[in-house]
Design a protein. Structure first.
Lengths: 251, 163
């Protein structure tokens, strides 16, 4: 009799704690939808253009780890006591291709062309038949955060109280381009540029968990866009620098 | 016959809705822009030319329509009047009225904040055919006011967070 009672109690506690896991809600609100990665290009004056065109070839994403987004349980802490049960779930939420609304390689290419036309001393397009072409491999790309949910349940005879809170921490996004600037067949620049995102997280107010998960996805996609934007601006600056020392243009 | 329970539920719902914080926050022109506490708030700066910006900010934020209308009579410039009335109607959720005013203000007015306000109104009216990112990019490129630029960039963030 006593053993069956304790079995029921254990099952009840296991059900209670597992029902507090945020996984199901994260799968639906975080991983189940898409966010646009479109960003605002840094404002600034357009430089004087030379009569030269640069082609930006569609980038290739070679980072094998960047596939579809994941929600991975990294740690679970449960404190089962007689009158108190506490739990903490840690999930690593990472962004993949399926959380980004745009097709990432095409988006990076069109953003490079736009930035080239805004800030380049050249005109930019996607053709590879120009004297200068830029090829890019995105060899490191990630955007992830640790989603932490803590909660407790206190019960004493016929009285009970419970509560929970949700937070997210971690370095949001990093992206690295390995790029080559070609003049005809000759490679004149072969470099890598990597940047972290530095934007802050907009917390939903008033707080609710669904909105928090949606905001987390938006934040991680946006952070990825921020890191990509920095790389794109660096590539265009580098192309400008190389073209400025080209004797054909400076004659 | 409406039951008592229905009325009670309706009253509770209305009290909850009325307690929801507004997503727009109207401030005087020289305030520090939006990222104050990382919360999701849409800032609108009042035009620099008006004499009593703090009073207008208070009246709009507190939804004091009658006092706002009285104060508006003191503003002589027609575009500023339309801009302020549009903000007030946007804040009050009267989007058609807000549109009727702001659509008649040149987009570049008030350091291009008129363009942002028009986009806000159209966004609230669920006009999905516009490329809002392009609009905010144009404002960020064109305005000379760093605060307005910060607002345009943050509005683009809201596009992602609200969908």
């Amino acid at each position: 009799m006593r053993s069956s009672l304790s079995t029921i109690l254990i099952i009840a506690m296991a059900l209670l704690v597992s029902s507090c896991s945020p996984y199901g809600r994260l799968a639906k609100d975080f991983a189940g939808k898409q966010t646009s990665i479109q960003f605002i290009h840094s404002p600034g004056k357009s430089p004087v253009k030379f009569n030269i065109s640069v082609g930006f070839v569609k980038p290739v994403i070679t980072d094998a780890a960047f596939k579809s987004g994941q929600i991975k349980n990294v740690k679970t802490e449960i404190i089962p006591a007689i009158i108190y049960t506490g739990w903490t779930y840690f999930y690593e939420c990472s962004i993949g291709r399926n959380q980004v609304k745009e097709k990432l390689d095409s988006f990076v290419q069109s953003s490079l062309v736009e930035e080239g036309n805004r800030k380049g001393i050249f005109t930019a397009d996607t053709s590879s038949n120009h004297p200068y072409t830029v090829e890019i491999e995105i060899d490191s790309i990630r955007s992830a955060a640790i989603h932490k949910t803590t909660g407790h349940f206190v019960y004493l005879f016929f009285f009970a109280t419970w509560g929970s809170s949700t937070n997210a921490t971690g370095n949001p996004a990093y992206c690295r381009f390995h790029y080559r600037l070609r003049k005809g067949e000759k490679v004149i620049v072969d470099k890598s540029i990597g940047n972290y995102s530095t934007i802050d997280f907009l917390r939903p107010f008033p707080f609710d968990e669904k909105t928090f998960n949606v905001y987390l996805r938006a934040y991680l996609v946006e952070s990825l866009g921020d890191a990509i934007r920095k790389n794109i601006e660096a590539v265009v600056r580098e192309v400008n620098r190389e073209l400025r020392v080209d004797p054909m243009l400076t004659q | 016959m409406i039951s008592k329970n229905f009325l009670l539920a309706l009253a509770m719902l209305m009290s909850v809705v009325s307690c929801m914080p507004p997503k727009y926050l109207i401030t005087a022109p020289k305030s520090v822009p939006s990222d104050v506490d990382g919360r999701a708030k849409k800032f609108i700066f009042l035009p620099k030319g008006i004499e009593t910006p703090n009073k207008f900010a208070y009246l709009i934020n507190k939804n004091r329509t009658a006092a706002f209308t009285e104060e508006l009579k003191k503003v002589s410039d027609a575009d500023t009047r339309r801009f302020l009335r549009s903000i007030q109607n946007l804040f009050a959720g009267k989007y058609s009225l807000a549109y009727n005013d702001i659509v008649n203000v040149p987009r570049s007015s008030f350091d291009y904040e008129a363009q942002i306000l028009l986009a806000d109104v159209l966004h609230e009216m669920h006009v999905d055919t516009l490329n809002y990112q392009r609009i905010y990019q144009r404002v960020a490129d064109s305005t000379k006011d760093e605060n307005i630029r910060a607002i345009a960039i943050k509005r683009n963030r809201f596009l992602k967070y609200e969908k």
